[in-house]
Write a protein of this length. Structure first.
Length: 319
């Protein structure tokens, strides 16, 4: 054991867990070549091959599986112990990695970033935009962001924001030329700007009113997976675009875009920050969870203050 560096074992566990040198290198904050060199040196010291590597995949040998089963839990315990010790300093430090879909980043996380980093100067924050469903533990993330219907039962979930809703928008010129739909099925006679999600799926447009759900799949010549492109296309009169209301609120207010079928766009819960249940979360994650709780509290206070209570005396008139 004297000739084995703990960092080599940590590197081995990272690669074995992710089955990906590039992903493990990001997690370890080293170069791929440096990580590969560590693995080679570890194999030379042990005198056995731990991994079979190709340009496309990484697989563990029998010796590698045996080593992972033995040292994997121990490395995790060491990391937890170090996090606890760092936490005793009273100043959270270290790296925090979060995986989140683009709308949750744009509409909820982005406004939090600068205040959080300012409040915690010793924390390095990495937010990865990803609309696919990932295993945050296997991929080396401390936490993820998803909407309620996609949360796993064994995760702790913390609300990141108030309820959201979709909006279906088009340019005023498009609406003037082609008309305003009065029912979701009317969209079948219109051009739609379709969205392709991370794993290649193009979902139906879903609407809900008084408990009734209607799904439609408008045709269209433009398919996008980037909101900025879809937004520009809608502004340029390509067709109707279904998106989060927060993306187009200013354009609708200014008249650059027209919102339709508002009564069919029911509110739904905002995104949740989720992370594995553990007794002692890493200090950077614990700091962010605490920050989110305070952010949400201040957000609710701002919303309460923005509600104007009418003066009852102004409604009293002389007979």
């Amino acid at each position: 054991m004297k000739d084995i560096d703990l960092r080599d074992l940590d590197a081995f566990v990272a690669v074995a867990r992710t089955r990906n040198f590039r992903r493990a290198a990001l997690e370890q904050r080293v170069s791929v070549s440096s990580l590969s060199q560590r693995l080679r040196e570890l194999e030379e010291r042990l005198g056995v091959r731990l991994m079979n590597r190709t340009t496309r995949s990484v697989g563990l040998t029998e010796a590698g599986e045996l080593l992972l089963a033995g040292v994997g839990p121990a490395i995790s315990d060491v990391g937890t112990a170090l996090d606890q010790v760092r936490g005793l300093r009273g100043v959270p430090s270290g790296r925090l990695r979060i995986n989140a879909p683009p709308p949750a980043i744009d509409l909820c996380l982005a406004p939090m970033v600068a205040p959080f980093l300012q409040a915690h100067p010793q924390i390095d924050l990495e937010i990865v935009s990803d609309s696919t469903f990932v295993d945050i533990v296997a991929d080396g993330f401390d936490a993820g962001v998803r909407y309620g219907e996609h949360l796993a039962q064994d995760m702790i979930a913390v609300s990141l924001g108030p309820p959201q809703r979709y909006a279906v928008v088009a340019s005023p010129d498009y609406v003037e030329k082609h008309g305003r739909p009065k029912h979701p099925k009317d969209l079948l006679d219109h051009v739609g700007i379709r969205i392709r999600f991370g794993r290649g799926a193009i979902r139906d447009w879903e609407f809900e009113k008084a408990g009734r759900v209607v799904k439609v799949a408008p045709t269209g010549r433009l398919i996008a997976n980037y909101p900025g492109l879809a937004r520009r296309a809608a502004l340029d009169g390509v067709g109707f675009w279904p998106t989060f209301e927060g993306y187009v609120r200013d354009e609708v207010k200014s008249g650059e875009l027209v919102s339709v079928l508002e009564d069919w766009c029911a509110p739904f819960p905002g995104p949740f920050l989720y992370y594995p249940s553990r007794r002692q979360p890493p200090p950077p994650l614990a700091a962010f969870v605490s920050f989110v709780a305070e952010w949400r509290k201040q957000e609710r206070r701002r919303n309460e203050k923005s509600i104007v209570v009418p003066d009852k005396r102004s409604a009293i008139r002389d007979p």
